[in-house]
Design a protein around this ligand. Structure first.
Ligand code: SF4
Length: 386
């Protein structure tokens, strides 16, 4: 398959707010169920082990006008909870049987309560991931939370999830994580062959489709992208942080690339790379999932870092590892976790002499010219003075 065909398929899925793939997947076999989840991380293995399709729901993007959703929230808040409510009240997710609201911040926590009241017939769970990363405290707690999720899914589907079911799903998602890591490594090495605007839709589509199908798609993309002859431009290599929850519009990602930046590292839609290593398959699969989260997961603003002065060190290390020359800290407007972290992360970048700029966006931002100018000037300044 050619790169353009793969990207088109993924972009069509990414733009489809009626979630046709998931609707068709469900309709293809009696008794199938779809379980939605919000950013930033959900244990897709458990949903898959229950025989359900995990469906990443990342708000309404820039394609949808929010009319009803605004009535449920104050004005000065990010857009993702409002557009998610809009998806619900307009019937776009009326086929979804369950919803998981992972802990990200109070906004998502409150959204889970609103969802329960508005859609009492849909099974939903506020999934409270730990903030204590001591294996004997946060690890034990998280294993219990995962067990509760398992029981909730069993009630939803009416069938037991065995340890072997979870092990099989872990194996498939381990392969998915390995391939995802390969795609990102390929992009960091030869970013002109795997532009982020392509990689982004490839990953977003993966959060809406069957994992085995996505594994094949990742292989196809890498083979096709490696074979394609694309010119290498005089762009600077940058990392993007702060975009882990509400996602920027695709045009914003394209604008940054068109301004002369190769994005070689980012924290967009982290779900399928939140855990950074294979989850062990032998032994207690629930404990294995819990311990992988505790000991091998990425750092984002929705994870508590207890040691003073540690915030930002992860980002500096990542920037160095992928050879980025600068950082764009791009956050959703009113995003408390990202904006509270910004001074600490930027101060760590300053200390490490890594240039950065920052700006805010909303998932429906439409004016790209200021962002293009800012990113373009940043790229030029790196070329001239770094
Ligand atoms: S964008 Fe930020 S403030 Fe809004 S729900 Fe996500 S983490 Fe919370």
């Amino acid at each position: 398959m050619a790169v353009a065909d793969i990207v088109k398929r993924c972009q069509d899925m990414y733009e489809d707010l009626n979630f046709t793939y998931a609707r068709e997947w469900k309709a293809a076999k009696a008794g199938r169920k779809v379980v939605g989840f919000l950013p930033v991380y959900a244990p897709m293995e458990m949903i898959h082990a229950a025989g359900c399709l995990p469906l990443g729901i990342f708000g309404g993007g820039d394609q949808m006008e929010v009319i009803h959703g605004d009535a449920y929230y104050q004005s000065y808040i990010c857009r993702i909870p409002r557009s998610t409510i809009e998806l619900g009240v307009t019937g776009r997710v009326d086929f979804v049987d369950g919803m998981i609201f992972p802990f990200v911040c109070d906004v998502i926590r409150n959204l889970s309560g609103i969802w329960k009241m508005m859609f009492p017939n849909v099974w939903s769970k506020f999934f409270d991931t730990p903030q204590n990363f001591d294996p004997s405290i946060g690890g034990d707690y998280y294993a219990v939370e995962l067990q509760e999720l398992r029981e909730g899914l069993e009630q939803l589907t009416g069938r037991k999830i065995t340890d072997d079911d979870i092990r099989r799903s872990i194996s498939l998602y381990n392969e998915n994580r390995r391939l995802v890591r390969e795609v990102y490594a390929f992009r960091a090495k030869e970013p002109w062959k795997a532009p982020t605007s392509e990689v982004y839709v490839l990953m977003r589509a993966g959060l809406m489709m069957d994992v085995e199908e996505h594994n094949q798609l990742l292989k196809d993309y890498m083979a096709a992208a490696a074979a394609e002859d694309r010119p290498k431009r005089d762009n600077v290599r940058i990392a993007i942080y702060g975009s882990f929850c509400e996602q920027p519009p695709l045009n914003l990602i394209k604008s940054i690339e068109m301004a002369g930046c190769y994005v070689v590292e980012d924290d967009y839609s982290l779900v399928n790379r939140f855990i950074t290593e294979d989850v062990p398959v032998d032994g207690d699969p629930v404990r294995n999932l819990a311990m992988s989260f505790i000991t091998h997961s990425v750092e984002t603003s929705c994870k508590y870092v207890p040691k003073l002065g540690e915030k930002g060190k992860y980002h500096v290390a990542q920037v160095k590892q992928c050879g980025a020359e600068g950082v764009i800290y791009a956050t959703p407007s009113f995003c408390d976790p990202a904006l509270l972290d910004r001074p600490m992360i930027c101060s760590a970048l300053t200390e490490a002499k890594i240039p950065y700029i920052s700006f805010k966006y909303a998932e429906n931002s439409g004016q790209m010219q200021p962002i293009r100018e800012q990113a373009g000037t940043f790229a030029d300044s790196i070329k001239l003075w770094s």
